[in-house]
Design a binder for this molecule. Structure first.
Ligand SMILES: [Zn+2]
Length: 216
């Protein structure tokens, strides 16, 4: 069951889940265009007609975190509410991608949490083309879109599960090649080969003290 206070309050719409019929609340204007049913865990794409089923997701085992669905805070001067989370498994464990909804801008940004380290991502570009990320080597230079960067790490990750409203994931339980690195401008960059498309994400590390949490 969705707990009180976990719904996104601003400009939301409630639509029956295409799987179980349970009510799913989401913000249609938000650029995170996938929602996960809190009842049956089916992931659906947000489309003009409502929701289109994509596939089942696995329930997430809870790990200690300062983030939680529906929690509110302020980051870099702007108020947000935690609207979703996606979990990716990789060689060294897993990371969580916490979707933060900034109502003032009607924009979703996200923080990745990996063994207590946070990176705040503000920009996701989806290129409608395949990029052979698997051919890149760690500790070498690579280029994507108009970004030149140094590859710190390369590997494969698998989206395990999610909750709330998240960025589009074409399929759960399958493996995607990714690379992360540092651009010439000093930004953190993550490139993920999604098959028909390529996600390019830009961000920077943040400390725990940079988020002011609001009492709920
Ligand atoms: Zn459902």
């Amino acid at each position: 069951m969705m707990e009180e206070g976990t719904q996104i309050p601003e400009k939301t719409q409630t639509t029956p889940c295409p799987g179980c019929g349970g009510p799913i609340s989401y913000a249609p204007s938000l650029d995170a265009q996938m929602v996960v049913c809190p009842y049956c865990k089916l992931a659906s794409a947000v489309v003009p007609e409502g929701l289109a089923p994509v596939g089942d997701t696995a329930p997430l085992a809870e790990m200690p975190s300062l983030f939680a669905m529906g929690k509110r805070g302020v980051l870099e001067g702007k108020a947000f509410v935690v609207a979703g989370r996606a979990r990716y498994q990789y060689e060294d464990g897993f990371w969580d991608e916490w979707i933060l909804y900034f109502p003032e801008d009607e924009k979703a940004m996200w923080v990745t949490e990996d063994e207590g380290e946070w990176v705040f991502f503000r920009e996701k570009q989806v290129l409608q083309e395949h990029t052979d990320v698997g051919s890149w080597s760690a500790m070498s230079q690579a280029e994507v879109a108009d970004k030149s960067f140094f590859v710190n790490e390369r590997g494969a990750c698998t989206p395990l599960g999610a909750e709330g409203q998240i960025f589009m994931i074409p399929a759960f339980g399958v493996s995607y090649e990714y690379a992360d690195g540092t651009t010439q401008e000093g930004e953190e960059i993550v490139v993920m080969d999604m098959g028909q498309s390529t996600a390019v994400c830009l961000g920077h590390p943040i400390g725990f003290g940079e988020i002011t949490w609001k009492e709920t």
